[in-house]
Design a protein around this ligand. Structure first.
Ligand SMILES: Nc1ncnc2c1ncn2[C@@H]1O[C@H](COP(=O)(O)OP(=O)(O)OP(=O)(O)O)[C@@H](O)[C@H]1O
Ligand SMILES: [Mg+2]
Length: 253
């Protein structure tokens, strides 16, 4: 049996104008695993994450080379559809960004865009997504309430639910808990571990304890390079590269 990676990057270079933000990145992420991206500020973590669902397409003056495959399909081929790519590879950002609409409408937004109209179908998508994001019990009696009236942690779980409503294969999370308190953070971490039964998760984090707590594999980026990638326990206890060791022991970053 061929074991297809959820995400596979080959020789990826990325430039903002003249500035090279990513250098020859090669990385394979296994399906239904949680991977953490760590590294000091400005080393290219978010740039790389955004490449995985074509979120950098709109950046003026930027260019990339190399290949990115999602489940074996090249997402930068001429005939690859960016909208379809983003359906399969969802994204959650640092700051929760719900639409100024009801909880219900936030989750229906994507499904409606792809043509799902029947209210019974939408109702069940909303319930399933909210349950999956561990928010259902808190909001089931207030689905028409504005999403902006939720707490920060609830808003972030709503954004997760919104991504899940399109049944993605991969969820990319860029510092998803950095704006949240420890309790809300713990809930999201719990959720991530549960979610990996069905989903491939990539989380960018500055918090090394978080990377150690939630991830199966960790990638250390430094100055646009992928320095080291391996099982989280090994990378944190026995790093191969001196730069990884310096970073995880707090000598820089
Ligand atoms: N839109 C842009 N235009 C020009 N340069 C950019 C742009 N976005 C990022 N960069 C530069 O690319 C490099 C990588 O940035 P990126 O945001 O990927 O880093 P990061 O590792 O996510 O950092 P942080 O941990 O602070 O979020 C940085 O030097 C940054 O200044
Ligand atoms: Mg970033």
């Amino acid at each position: 049996m061929v074991n297809t990676s959820a995400i596979s990057a080959h020789e990826v270079d990325f430039f903002y104008g003249d500035f090279q933000a990513l250098k020859k990145i090669n990385l394979d992420l296994e399906e239904r695993r949680i991977s953490a991206f760590i590294g000091p500020s400005g080393c290219g973590k978010s740039t790389f994450l955004r490449l995985l669902n074509r979120m950098n397409d709109a950046v003026a003056g930027a260019r990339m080379s190399g290949r990115v495959l999602v489940k074996g399909r090249s997402i930068y081929d001429r005939n690859a559809d960016p909208v379809e790519v983003r359906r399969k590879v969802g994204m959650v950002f640092q700051k929760p960004n719900p639409f100024p609409k009801s909880i219900y409408e936030n989750i229906c937004y994507g499904p409606r865009l792809v043509g799902i109209k029947k209210s019974a179908d939408l109702d069940s998508i909303v319930e399933k997504a909210l349950r999956s994001a561990a928010l259902w019990e808190e909001v089931k009696d207030a689905l028409n309430k504005s999403a902006l009236a939720l707490s920060g942690g609830q808003q972030q779980r709503l954004c997760i639910a919104r991504s899940l409503a399109l049944s993605p294969d991969v969820l990319l999370m860029d510092e998803p808990t950095s704006a949240l308190d420890p309790i809300a953070t713990a809930k999201i971490e719990e959720w991530i571990k549960e979610a990996a039964r069905e989903l491939t998760v990539v989380i960018v984090t500055h918090n090394m304890q978080q990377a150690a707590r939630v991830s199966d594999a960790t990638a250390f980026f430094y100055l646009g390079e992928l320095v080291e990638f391996g099982p989280t326990k090994e990378l944190f206890t026995n790093p191969v590269n001196k730069r990884t060791e310096n970073y995880i022991t707090g000598r820089f970053g």
